[in-house]
Design a binder for this molecule. Structure first.
Ligand code: MN
Length: 205
């Protein structure tokens, strides 16, 4: 049984970057529905109780095409939002430290350069989707974007996302309306780099 990550902040804690109603709707409705639907689908497909990263990395084993696509969408929706909601915080640490900080500088030049790259990907995603910072097991870092609820795992890259930027309109429309650039710019203010570091450590374990 897949469970939504618990928020370690109240729904108004991300104000003014993300308003309370958006958190309540995004987490309480959108994310909740992906999770509920995924749990129903994996029962149907006979793949319940798999580790979610393993499930998304082995979608081709699901023979029925309609079920496979539905699990890709809802499994991605479940997983992507767990990452998103656990790497933002009202009391965020504003910069990475340690090995991740060094790797970011080495790969992208600086944290500011990484933010620029992620911003370009987030704004360049036409329609709904995501921008990612991902890592491979050797600790190398990559940026990318995905449509819909895809991610680097379901795309078969073998990389694990460690930071997620949700650019579906439901993530920002109530407050920012059509101004995706404003939302993405402000989102960096609440990225919890301590949480990102922990995921990086897990991936590179
Ligand atoms: Mn979303």
């Amino acid at each position: 049984m897949y469970k939504q990550v618990e928020l370690n902040y109240s729904s108004d804690a991300l104000e003014p970057v993300i308003d309370q109603l958006t958190v309540e709707t995004h987490y309480g409705k959108h994310h909740a529905t992906y999770t509920k639907t995924l749990n129903e689908l994996v029962q149907k497909a006979g793949v319940a109780d798999m580790d979610i990263e393993e499930l998304l990395g082995t979608l081709d084993k699901i023979g029925d095409e309609t079920l496979r696509q539905a699990i890709r969408n809802n499994g991605g929706g479940y997983y992507n939002h767990n990452l998103y909601f656990s790497t933002i915080s009202g009391t965020a640490s504003h910069a990475p430290t340690g090995i991740l900080a060094e790797k970011i500088d080495k790969t992208f030049g600086s944290l500011e350069d990484l933010k620029k790259e992620l911003t370009a990907l987030a704004l360049g995603q036409f329609g709904s989707g995501w921008a990612w910072l991902s890592a491979d097991k050797d600790g190398n870092l990559f940026t990318s974007k995905s449509p819909n609820q895809d991610n680097p795992i379901s795309e078969g890259t073998g990389r694990i996302p460690i930071l997620a930027i949700d650019v579906w309109e439901h993530a920002y429309y109530l407050k920012y309306k059509n101004l995706r650039p404003e939302y993405v710019k402000n989102l960096f203010e609440i990225i919890d780099w301590k949480a990102v570091e922990k995921i990086y450590q897990r991936v590179t374990g």
